[in-house]
Ligand binder design. Structure first.
Ligand code: BES
Ligand code: ZN
Length: 851
């Protein structure tokens, strides 16, 4: 990270002397020339007399800036500071305190960077669309572009007469002109809101329509894809009613639109009343979609809709508390989806996500949930697994402790108190402390303001109590805590089959109540934000009850914990494999997926010789093939969990087991799928495509490439594209890498494809060589926040040599907003080196012990 002195960083913030109250924006985009003109009026309140007014602007050409003072028109001189993305208006006289209106005439470009007011393209035509979070509204209109400066907005767009426009609110007028062949669409005034939530979209979008609790809802896309929006629309209808009830506050906008955009950098964006999506996160064909695709679309819909209340109606004061938005929405999204489709077993997926987050936060270098962020790069870097995953996990733990209904009331009170305003972390946890009469402020503060996570050491239970000590946990056994850290957290026991009341652990060491029982498990429901270690006999008692005494979420916690302990070298890889074997007949897809995910990692990261791979393959097949065979062939009657379980088993038998039957089946399924996607179970088709491609030839490569280029179904297209980097043949690998940066793959996807190729042990060396040698081409195809995505892929190496190459390459080839990602990639490689050196001998030992 660039070391700028604090004062300089703060200079990026706007002065507090002038506040916007209302913006009137008239925009005229030219989709052919990729330009636009703007005519803007900002009503501001000058708090104290000022000599100039400073606001944000980036890549804006000012034509004139004027204001009226005492009936006289004053013309401003404009000075721009490109570095700070600011413009200062000076009027030749001091401006008095009070209200005034700034009138700004300007022009800008519809850029190709997927941010600000940007151009999105299909083979047929261009679209003009927006993405403003976190700091790019300033590219579309000069503005006080900080979340604390809320104002109301009137937006009007003059566009081609055959095009339509969508913005945050409903249309109030649609009149011909001003030029021949144009019409002008005016939208209703918005409620008070932050600039980053404004959106306007222009093109030939078409929509399917519905409603919920009297609110009109539409799902919109380019004309060829509009039918694929029906699933997201029905999810949104369910979710809107669910949230109206949950929050006890009605959805605040006159309408809700969901719009899939042909080019979109993130997954989706919660613009108030006009949520935008990457096509694959909104559109699917219900006849052919996989369970995973349906879950993903529903979750993204529920996530962005949660923001309509939490984020849009009530907004964090500054980006240091972006976790309030993203952590909350990530926690919230699961509730309506779980209620909509109980058969999806969403709580088990939540437990799986928690393991990923705990592993991320157990790296040597991590950061606090709430953290300083001042420059646009720093702010962009905040959107990471800590903001999303850790903050969501802390909320889940706290909700579990308070009880869902008490927590809900805390949420309601917080929203009610700050409606259409801004808030801080303290505002949120004070509301929770007040409703629950419990020390939520202490618990949350200890997790929000400290980096990392605790590991709890449980002693032997004795006469109704157990001693628990805590310290910071690291995945890497070589990393030791620099200073003592303690957290306040609820610890919830399951004693035998019985859940106990949770108790709050605050001290470094403390005795907690624990009744005598057959086994004592310290993470009832699997919602604790901590890892744990038991004495050997206590651990053995838990393992012997893993199927009979633990819930699926608890099993996922236990598996994730044991895998983390293998990294930390407090357990051996053999212990892990024995635990995985103990759940081999589990009927929970998430449990089996968790176990097999680690087995795949053992194959990719610990096993290092052909013999080790072969022995692991034999073990996987011996243990998991019977479960796969018992499930039988896919049938129309199969529920989603059975489909996902079959797919998980099939995937591991192919990838780790290299089972010839499975590979042959994968090829057959892939053939059928490519001929007619509706002819196979698409959940099973996902691992089948991966296995077929990783064992595939040029003919299959050509077919996948053609499928990607020809299909209008975003799910099928994305699936085909991603499999192009699965081929192990060096020539095909090279073709895939070159294709990724050829310009035929959208900028939104190029880095994702390259990152996948970096994650596969068999392909990552060549991928890395290619990326370095073709850096100019790579760089030209990745947009700003995709750089960090690419760098994350380099974290899958497992040698000091590669770690040094990665570090020195990106030191010489700077990628914006990726300092943390680079540090983490280096940490991840170090963790893998330690894992392999400690556990490979143990793997050999364990293998010798297997008959
Ligand atoms: N607010 C974000 C979108 C965003 C991310 C804007 C980063 C600017 C920078 C949105 O609510 C979000 O979190 N989207 C996620 C999907 C979600 C289901 C986790 C995304 O884009 O991946
Ligand atoms: Zn979000």
């Amino acid at each position: 990270m660039l070391a700028l002195p604090g004062a300089l960083l703060h200079a990026q913030r706007l002065p507090q002397t002038v506040r916007p109250e209302h913006y009137s924006l008239s925009l005229v985009p030219n989709l052919k020339d990729a330009t636009f003109t703007g005519s803007e009026k900002i009503d501001v309140l000058v708090e104290q007399p000022v000599d100039s007014i400073t606001l944000n602007a980036a890549e804006i050409k000012f034509d004139s800036v004027t204001t009226q003072v005492n009936g006289k028109t004053l013309k401003a001189t404009v000075s721009e500071d490109a570095e700070k993305q600011q413009a200062t208006f000076t009027f030749n006289r001091t401006l008095p305190a009070g209200r005034m209106t700034l009138a700004i005439e300007y022009s800008g470009i519809l850029n190709n960077e997927l941010r600000g007011f940007y151009l999105s393209k299909t083979a047929k035509r261009n679209y003009a669309v927006t993405q403003f979070e976190p700091t790019d509204a300033r590219r579309a209109f000069p503005s006080f572009d900080e979340p604390g400066y809320k104002a109301t907005f009137d937006v009007s767009l003059s566009i081609d007469k055959n095009d339509t426009a969508i913005s945050n609110t409903n249309i109030v007028s649609d009149t011909p002109g001003p030029l021949v062949g144009e019409h002008t669409i005016r939208f209703a005034t918005t409620p008070k809101m932050s600039t980053y939530l404004v959106a306007f979209l222009v093109g030939d979008f078409q929509c399917v329509s519905g409603e919920s609790d009297g609110v009109p809802i539409r799902a919109c896309a380019t004309p060829d894809k509009v039918q694929y929006g029906r699933f997201a629309l029905s999810a949104a209808e369910f979710v809107l009613h669910y949230y109206n009830t949950y929050f006890g506050i009605r959805y605040p906008m006159p309408k809700l639109d969901l719009i899939a955009l042909p080019d979109f950098e993130a997954g989706a964006m919660e613009n108030f009343g006009a949520i935008t999506y990457r096509e694959t996160d909104m559109l699917l064909n219900e006849k052919t979609a996989s369970v995973a695709a349906e879950k993903r679309v529903a979750e993204v819909v529920a996530h962005e809709m949660a923001h309509q209340w939490f984020g849009d109606m009530v907004t964090m004061q500054w980006w240091n508390n972006i976790w309030l938005n993203e952590g909350f929405a990530t926690w919230m999204e699961d509730k309506p989806v779980a209620a909509w489709k109980p058969e999806w077993k969403i709580p088990e997926d939540v437990a799986t996500d928690l393991n990923d987050t705990l592993n991320l936060d157990a790296q040597r270098v991590t950061r606090t949930i709430r953290a300083e962020a001042n420059t646009p790069d720093q702010i962009n870097e905040m959107f990471d697994g800590i903001t999303y995953g850790k903050a969501a996990a802390v909320l889940l733990m706290v909700e579990n402790y308070e009880g869902a209904e008490v927590f809900r009331r805390g949420v309601h009170n917080y929203l009610q108190a700050h409606m259409y305003g801004n808030a801080t972390a303290e505002d949120f946890w004070s509301a929770q402390t007040e409703v629950s009469h419990r020390p939520i402020d202490k618990i949350m503060d200890s997790f929000i303001s400290q980096p990392g996570e605790p590991v709890l050491n449980f002693g032997e239970p004795q006469s109704g109590s157990v001693t628990v000590s805590q310290q910071r946990f690291f995945l890497n056994p070589k990393v030791k805590p620099e200073k003592a850290q303690t957290w306040s957290m609820p610890v919830c026991f399951k004693a035998g089959g019985e859940e106990q009341d949770c108790e709050v652990l605050t001290a470094a060491q403390q005795a907690l109540h624990a009744p005598q029982a057959e086994f004592l498990f310290g993470d009832a429901k699997g919602r604790g934000y901590y890892r744990y270690i038991y004495p050997a006999s206590a651990y053995a008692a838990i393992v012997s009850h893993v199927e009979s005494g633990l819930s699926p979420e608890e099993r996922i916690s236990l598996l994730g914990n044991e895998w983390a302990q293998v990294h930390a070298n407090t357990a051996s890889v053999g212990d892990y494999l024995n635990l995985a074997a103990a759940v081999k007949d589990d009927t929970s897809a998430a449990v089996v997926t968790t176990a097999l995910g680690a087995v795949e990692a053992i194959d990719g990261r610990i096993a290092n010789t052909p013999e080790e791979h072969a022995k692991l393959a034999a073990w996987v097949n011996a243990n998991f093939k019977p479960a796969y065979e018992r499930l039988g062939a896919p049938s129309a009657e199969d529920g989603p969990e059975k489909r996902e379980l079959r797919a998980a088993l099939f995937g591991a038998l192919g990838a780790v087991g290299k089972d010839p039957d499975v590979i042959a089946q994968a090829k057959q399924i892939t053939e059928k799928y490519l001929a007619d996607p509706a002819s196979v179970d698409n959940t099973l088709a996902q691992p089948a495509l991966t296995i077929a491609a990783s064992n595939g030839d040029a003919a299959l490569f050509d077919r996948l490439q053609k499928t990607f280029e020809d299909t209008s179904d975003p799910q099928i297209g994305e699936g085909a594209l991603r499999r192009l980097v699965e081929f192990r043949n060096p020539e095909l690998e090279q073709r895939a890498l070159e294709y990724a940066v050829s310009g035929k793959v959208k900028n939104q996807d190029a880095a994702i494809v390259l990152a996948i190729s970096l994650e596969i042990p068999e392909t990552h060396d060549r991928a890395w060589t290619f990326i370095q040698q073709s850096w100019d081409k790579v760089q030209a195809q990745i947009t700003t926040s995709m750089g960090a995505y690419l760098i994350r892929g380099t974290g899958y190496f497992c040698s000091a040599e590669k770690r040094d190459e990665v570090t020195s390459f990106f030191a010489a080839h700077k990628v914006a907003a990726s300092a943390d990602a680079l540090t983490r990639a280096g940490n991840a490689i170090s963790d893998c080196i330690e894992l392999r050196s400690a556990q490979e001998p143990k793997l050999q030992e364990w293998m010798t012990g297997q008959k």
